[in-house]
Design a protein around this ligand. Structure first.
Ligand SMILES: Nc1ncnc2c1ncn2[C@@H]1O[C@H](COP(=O)(O)OP(=O)(O)OP(=O)(O)O)[C@@H](O)[C@H]1O
Length: 238
């Protein structure tokens, strides 16, 4: 298989070097009469340790890009490789298992569990993975600190602000140091100083854990920390 290493959406690496690879991905949504091309022939490589930011206006396909990269949505055409497996070729069950093992996902609305405290939200992924040991507890505590939430450790989601929930959602995704980290608008509920802290934390964690990070945002003030910035327009990556 050959790949156009000269295009802006590829980092020029070999097939083995990419932690995340989308090849000619098209996603069509809606019914026949009102079909929308949410992603249009997107090709993208993200290597381990790389922090990629993708910008674009509302409706340009940012959430669709993450949903496809994370195996939450199957593309109409094209392939999605994560950690050397083609997500589009796996059964749903295997795809879910692969996702749990290799992908961290930070949803815009945080998707926290109502009954758990902030600290418990961070311990849950390790618990589910059967890895809730002293190291996981230490890491959860460090990440709680890194997002400035140590003083809110015992609070449940309804006792937190939108920005606080967002920071817990980010810390939770980082606990298991996923190989691929997909982040949807992580600063939409944050003030400027917090937004900058979150962008810097993503950059630091990406390098420290050798994670391939893709963050989508329309916040142009947090792009400095990224290694690479691409733009989505009408589902096309430029
Ligand atoms: N279920 C759906 N059926 C039909 N069209 C859809 C569906 N979901 C999204 N779309 C359309 O697909 C396009 C891409 O949507 P997407 O949510 O990926 O954009 P976005 O860049 O994340 O937008 P925002 O910044 O507003 O969240 C938009 O035109 C949207 O209206």
């Amino acid at each position: 298989m050959t790949h156009p290493a000269s295009t802006s959406a590829t980092s020029g690496g070999t097939a083995a070097a990419a932690a995340l690879r989308l090849t000619d991905v098209t996603l069509r949504l809606g019914s026949d009469q009102q079909q929308v091309t949410a992603l249009d022939q997107v090709t993208l490589d993200v290597r381990p340790g790389e922090y990629l930011a993708v910008t674009g206006p509302s409706g340009s396909g940012k959430s669709s890009l993450l949903a496809v990269a994370g195996g939450l949505q199957t593309p109409t055409e094209g392939t999605v490789h994560v950690a050397d497996a083609d997500l589009t070729a796996l059964t749903e069950r295997r795809r879910t298992a692969h996702r749990r093992q290799h992908i961290g996902y930070v949803f815009q609305n945080a998707n926290l569990l109502a009954s758990l405290t902030a600290l418990e939200q961070l311990l849950l992924p390790a618990h589910v993975a059967g890895r809730l040991d002293a190291a996981a507890r230490t890491r959860a505590g460090e990440l709680l600190e890194a997002v400035g939430m140590t003083h809110r450790a015992d609070r449940r989601p309804h006792q937190l602000s939108g920005g606080e929930r967002q920071r817990i959602g980010l810390a939770r995704a980082l606990v298991l140091s996923p190989e691929v980290l997909l982040v949807d608008e992580p600063t939409s509920a944050l003030d400027r100083a917090r937004a900058r802290d979150v962008a810097d934390l993503l950059a630091e964690q990406t390098r420290q854990n050798n994670t391939a990070t893709v963050m989508v945002t329309h916040d142009t003030e947090i792009l400095d920390a990224a290694d690479r910035v691409l733009a989505l327009r009408d589902g096309r990556l430029t």
